[in-house]
Ligand binder design. Structure first.
Ligand code: FMN
Length: 175
C-alpha cells in the first residue's frame, strides 16, 4: 500500500556519477533497486521490493507524464522524461529517467528497466512550469480526460517550439 508522505522543500541532488536503477514487472511493481536508489529515496530494499513504483510519485508530477510513459512502453518503445520523485522523508529529487522494456529470449516483454541520472539545472527550470500547467489542466479536466488533455498540451508546446518530445528532452540535456 502507498505510504502517506507529506512533501517538503528539501531537495536531494544527485552527483554526476550517481545512477539510480530499478526494475519492475509488467505492471510497475518493483523487483530490483540499486544502492543509490535506496540512499537517495530513503527507503530500504524491504520497503521497495514488491511495491508499485508510484510509491515515490511526487504530487507535483502530472499524471499525463506517466500516461505518456506507459503509452510509449506499450508501443514497444523506450521512454525518456524529467521526473520529480518523492523521498520517504518528504524531500524530493529530480532525475532524467530512461525506461526500457525487459524482453526475454522469446521476445516477450517481462518487465521494465529504469536508469536515471542527474538532469541539468536548465532542464529542471524548463520543465517545472510545463508540469505545473499540465497539472492545472488535469485538475480542471478531471481524472478521466485530464491526463490525455495534458499530454496534448505537452505536444502543442513542442509544436509551438518546432520540436518533438524526444528532441525537447535532449535539447534540455545539452543546452
Ligand atoms: C521501470 C519503471 C520505473 C518507474 N519509475 C518511476 C519513478 O521513478 N517515479 C514515479 O513516480 N513513477 C515511476 N514509474 C511509474 C509508476 O509505475 C506509476 O505509473 C506512476 O508513478 C503514476 O502513478 P499512478 O498510476 O498512481 O498515478 C515507473 C514505472 C516503471 C515501469
Amino acid at each position: 500500500m502507498k505510504n502517506r508522505v507529506t512533501p517538503n522543500n528539501n531537495e536531494v541532488r544527485l552527483r554526476d556519477d550517481e545512477f539510480i536503477v530499478s526494475k519492475t514487472d509488467t505492471r510497475g511493481i518493483i523487483t530490483y533497486v540499486n544502492r543509490i536508489f535506496m540512499q537517495i529515496s530513503g527507503y530500504n530494499e524491504k520497503e521497495l521490493l514488491g511495491v508499485q513504483h508510484n510509491l515515490i510519485r511526487h504530487p507535483d508530477m502530472p499524471r499525463g507524464a506517466f500516461k505518456l510513459m506507459w503509452d510509449t512502453l506499450n508501443a514497444g518503445e523506450e521512454f525518456f522524461a524529467y521526473v520529480k520523485n518523492l523521498c520517504k522523508d518528504g524531500g524530493y529529487y529530480w532525475v532524467l529517467a530512461n525506461v526500457t522494456p525487459d524482453i526475454n529470449a522469446d521476445g516477450k516483454v517481462v518487465g521494465f528497466y529504469s536508469v536515471r541520472r542527474k538532469p541539468t539545472d536548465d532542464a529542471i527550470r524548463a520543465v517545472t512550469p510545463l508540469y505545473r500547467d499540465m497539472l492545472e489542466i488535469e485538475q480542471r479536466e478531471g481524472a478521466k480526460s485530464g491526463p490525455q488533455r495534458s499530454i496534448e498540451y505537452l505536444q502543442e508546446f513542442c509544436e509551438r517550439n518546432n520540436t518533438r518530445y524526444e528532441e525537447l528532452i535532449w535539447s534540455l540535456d545539452n543546452p
